[in-house]
Structures are given as structure tokens and as C-alpha cells.
Design a protein around this ligand. Structure first.
Ligand SMILES: [Fe+2]
Ligand SMILES: [Fe+2]
Length: 398
């Protein structure tokens, strides 16, 4: 075996190993933006490309998703480089390079895009003129699923070898195509997961909405109070996971009202002690309804349903918990719910409290009704709270 052949076999083995490693990485990424970035970065790495872009198919267009460029990112900084791109689409047609590759579902390997002759597509030099960059070689690869449906395309620009720019090779084409099919599977999986997640969140929200409608409340109450809960959680400096969970779980705080008779729920006058006892039971009903779910959001929602009427001083219901015995989620939602309930109108109740009066009460109730730390966080973000209160008020948007 000649040394040249031995080195070639070693390099093929290396590429196969890299492809396997990349495949594992791609399949474990759950966020679409991060996945697309990773696909392009991997394709550039494996073919030694200076730059590249990735587009996803949407109906008859390719939608720009991500772009990377080692030379420009060093020259101008990654932040400034990203500002060069705004959302745009390319028609899937033979007129552009990416469009041709998408329309024909074929790889297009061009040695120098400034030398294209006798082809239906042309190269748009606008980006080069604006940035001073010079595109030479370009490898455009369609990403297709198992049924040969187009998912998108990626383009690799300027193959680097030592200090020179060269055309992409036949081997690059093969490797990039192998990567493209791995990428398609990963994109399909993430899109499916995102769809299921969106449907799951929508179902949770609609369930909360059903309970609020029964209370003759408008849908905006749960929208506002989930926004307030999120703002308070952010103001407390809690982690992203907690913030997202409380945002999606808080609309279910009153889901137990589904089990409360209408004549009690919407009674115009004062409730009798017996009726009040039944009304308070919405906390326990909500908890029982949600507690056995495997979903993290549902579990937190059951905790919120159970504890959103507890008070810091122990005078709340249903269990009379006090201080830190009340979970943080319950303490946050308690204030968000109170603020929205008293500042918005309900058909069977007196007029809403004016904002200054409500804020005064909240301040006075720190350490009594509400956790002092949560009250501080609420006032730290009062401008954002007021903004949401205004934008989502009944008169402004329904
Ligand atoms: Fe409630
Ligand atoms: Fe509520």
C-alpha cells in the first residue's frame, strides 16, 4: 500500500468518525435555531469552508435561517456580522443558485461564482460589494427527507486549503450530502417536537380559558396574569426554566372553578358561609385535577392551583400555610392574580380599583398578604407591569 493511499484511507476513516459524532450531536439538539446553526457549522468544518448559509423551505420559497463567515466575523465581530442579515426569502426557481439546487434537488458545485457561464442561474454580487468579501467556490446542497421532500438547502462558500481558496472536491460533495440527510432527519424531528410542544401548551392555555369563561371572566385576565407572573419571576432573577414554566402553568390557577356551581361562582351579592366554603374548594379541585400529570407544567400548575390563595401571614386557604411553606410559584401567582383581579372589571362586582390605590394596598400588604420579596420584585418591574396592564386591558385589545 502506498503512503498516499494509506493517508487517503485514514482521512476517509476520520471523516466517517466525524460524521457519526456530528449525527449524535444533531440528534440531541432540541432547539431549531441552535440545530440549524450546528448543521451549518458542522458542514463548514467537515468541508473546510470559510463561510456558509442555510435556508429552510417554506411553500414555494427558501427562507433565510442562518449565515456564518469566519473572515467577516473576525473582521467586524460576530454581533455586527449578524446585523447584516434581515429575514428574507428566495423563490425556488432556476434563477438563483440556491433556488436551482432546491428546484432540482441536486448538488451544485461551482469553482468560481464570478465565472458562471451558460447557466440559468446567476450569482448576486450585492453582498460582496457591501462587505468587501469575495465569494469564489460554492457548494450548494439540498436537504431532503426520506420521501425525497425538500427541507431546505445549505451553501458552503470558499473552501480553504492552507492559505488558498480552492474549488470544493467530489469528496466534499459526498460528505456534504451525507451530512444533509442527517440534518434533514434532525430538522424534521425538532419541528415535530416543537409542534407537539405548541399543541400541548395551547391545550393547557385553553383549559385555563375554559375555567375563566365560566367565571364570566375574559380571556385577557389569564393572559395578563401569566405575563405578570413571568415579569415578577424575571425580576426575582430566577432561571429561564422556572420563568417559562410559571408563564405556561399560571393560566391554570383557577382551573378548579370548572367544578364550582354557577350560582355560587357568579353570585352578585355576598356569599353565605356555606357558599364561601364551596368557593374556596376551587383550589383543592384544581390541585386534584392536575396533580397526577407527568408533564412538568401540569405539576407546577397543580402546585399553583393549590397555593395561590395562601397568605404570607398564614391567614389564607385552603391549608393556612405561611411564609416559605408556600411554594415560590404560589407566592408569585398570588400577587399577579390579586393585582389583575382588583384592577380589572368583572360584571358581577363593583368597579375596579384605580391603579394608585391598588399599588398602595400591595405595598401595605407586604409581609401580611404577600411575600415581601415578591412585592419588591413586583415594584422593581412596575413599568413593565403597567405596560402589560395597559396593552392587554379590555378596552385596548380583546
Ligand atoms: Fe383562585
Ligand atoms: Fe384568576
Amino acid at each position: 500500500m502506498t503512503i498516499k493511499l494509506y493517508v487517503y484511507i485514514l482521512s476517509i476513516m476520520d471523516i466517517n468518525k466525524s460524521l457519526i459524532e456530528i449525527g449524535i450531536k444533531l440528534s440531541s439538539e432540541r432547539n431549531l435555531d441552535r440545530l440549524l446553526y450546528l448543521i451549518l457549522q458542522s458542514a463548514r468544518y467537515i468541508c473546510n469552508a470559510d463561510a456558509g448559509s442555510l435556508y429552510l423551505k417554506e411553500e414555494k420559497h427558501l427562507c433565510f435561517a442562518v449565515s456564518q463567515n469566519a473572515t467577516l466575523e473576525i473582521k467586524m465581530g460576530s454581533e455586527e456580522f449578524r446585523k447584516l442579515f434581515s429575514p428574507h426569502t428566495i423563490p425556488i426557481s432556476n434563477k438563483s443558485i440556491a433556488g436551482w439546487s432546491a428546484a432540482n434537488k441536486k448538488v451544485l458545485n461551482l469553482g468560481d461564482v464570478y465565472q458562471i457561464k451558460n447557466a440559468p442561474y446567476s450569482f448576486d454580487r450585492k453582498f460582496d460589494k457591501e462587505t468587501g468579501y469575495r465569494c469564489h467556490s460554492m457548494l450548494t446542497v439540498p436537504m431532503k427527507d426520506k420521501e425525497d421532500n425538500l427541507i431546505g438547502v445549505f451553501q458552503l462558500i470558499n473552501k480553504r486549503k492552507a492559505d488558498k481558496i480552492e474549488p470544493f472536491t467530489k469528496d466534499d460533495e459526498k460528505v456534504a450530502e451525507a451530512l444533509a440527510s442527517q440534518a434533514s432527519v434532525a430538522i424534521n424531528n425538532v419541528q415535530l417536537t416543537e409542534e407537539i410542544k405548541a399543541a400541548h401548551l395551547e391545550t393547557i392555555y385553553k383549559l385555563g380559558l375554559a375555567a375563566e369563561y365560566k367565571d364570566e371572566e375574559t380571556g385577557n385576565h389569564i393572559r395578563r396574569m401569566s405575563e405578570f407572573s413571568k415579569i415578577i419571576a424575571e425580576s426575582l432573577g430566577l432561571d429561564e426554566g422556572f420563568i417559562e414554566t410559571i408563564y405556561h402553568a399560571s393560566p391554570l390557577h383557577d382551573v378548579g372553578k370548572i367544578g364550582i356551581p354557577d350560582n355560587i361562582l357568579t353570585k352578585a351579592g355576598k356569599l353565605t358561609p356555606e357558599e364561601w366554603k364551596i368557593m374556596k374548594g376551587h383550589t383543592i379541585l384544581g390541585y386534584q385535577l392536575l396533580k397526577d400529570s407527568h408533564s412538568k407544567i401540569m405539576q407546577i400548575a397543580s402546585e399553583i392551583a393549590y397555593t395561590h390563595h395562601e397568605r404570607w401571614d398564614g391567614k389564607g386557604y385552603p391549608r393556612g400555610l405561611s411564609k416559605e411553606e408556600i411554594p415560590l410559584t404560589g407566592r408569585v401567582v398570588s400577587l399577579a392574580d390579586f393585582f389583575d383581579a382588583v384592577t380589572s372589571s368583572r360584571p358581577y362586582r363593583d368597579k375596579p380599583f384605580p391603579l394608585p390605590k391598588t399599588l398602595r394596598i400591595i405595598k401595605e400588604e407586604a409581609g401580611k398578604h404577600f411575600c415581601p420579596k415578591i412585592v419588591d420584585a413586583f415594584f422593581d418591574s412596575i413599568d413593565r407591569i403597567k405596560e402589560i396592564h395597559y396593552i392587554l386591558s379590555e378596552g385596548v385589545r380583546s
